[in-house]
Design a protein around this ligand. Structure first.
Ligand code: SF4
Ligand code: SF4
Length: 165
């Protein structure tokens, strides 16, 4: 009994002069691992256009049905993205998201990326839906050039062939 008491006191004494291991969050934020999957961002190309082409592959891959994409046709005179379409609406329900990264893997243009931001608290369910405006990075934070296949698609699609029946 006494032995255990002194053993416990010894442990306390051993640690009392060591620097505390407690992190003073939120003043101090611990860096996360390189492959940590946090809050999503919608990326741009270096020319400022949106990488998202509204293909909805991310929504199809999402096991939690957390993503809503509503595509729209690009105006050739003022395109939002390279390609025929862009995401007019892009939403992620963060209450449903399990941060699996399947959306990121499915995206053909590397538009949706899970970044390192982990502060995702909200007070009501409506605030858990992150809109395109919240997810899209500013125009000056774009990177990379669009692939040639997307530049080729930056034109109006040919009208469908007429078939006489
Ligand atoms: S990380 Fe997973 S659960 Fe979250 S939106 Fe992407 S695919 Fe869906
Ligand atoms: S984020 Fe990627 S996968 Fe999702 S709609 Fe946009 S281009 Fe398609």
């Amino acid at each position: 009994m006494l032995g255990e008491l002194f053993k416990g006191l010894g442990t306390t004494l051993r640690y009392i002069f060591k620097p505390p291991v407690t992190v003073q969050y939120p003043e101090v934020k611990r860096p996360v691992r390189e492959r940590f999957r946090g809050r999503h961002e919608l990326k741009r190309f270096a020319d400022g256009t949106e990488r998202c082409i509204g293909c909805s592959l991310c929504a199809a891959a999402c096991p939690a049905d957390a993503i809503l994409v509503v595509p729209a046709e690009n105006d050739p005179d003022n395109p939002v993205s390279h390609g025929e379409r862009y995401a007019a609406v892009y939403e992620i329900n963060m209450l449903r998201c399990i941060f699996c990264g399947y959306c990121e893997d499915a995206c053909p243009t590397n538009a949706i990326v899970l970044e390192h931001q982990y502060e995702l608290s909200f007070y009501d369910r409506r605030a858990s839906i992150y809109t395109k405006e919240m997810l899209l990075v500013p125009p000056d934070r774009g990177h990379g050039d669009p692939p040639p296949i997307l530049r080729e698609l930056q034109r109006r699609p040919s009208p469908p062939a007429q078939i006489d029946l």
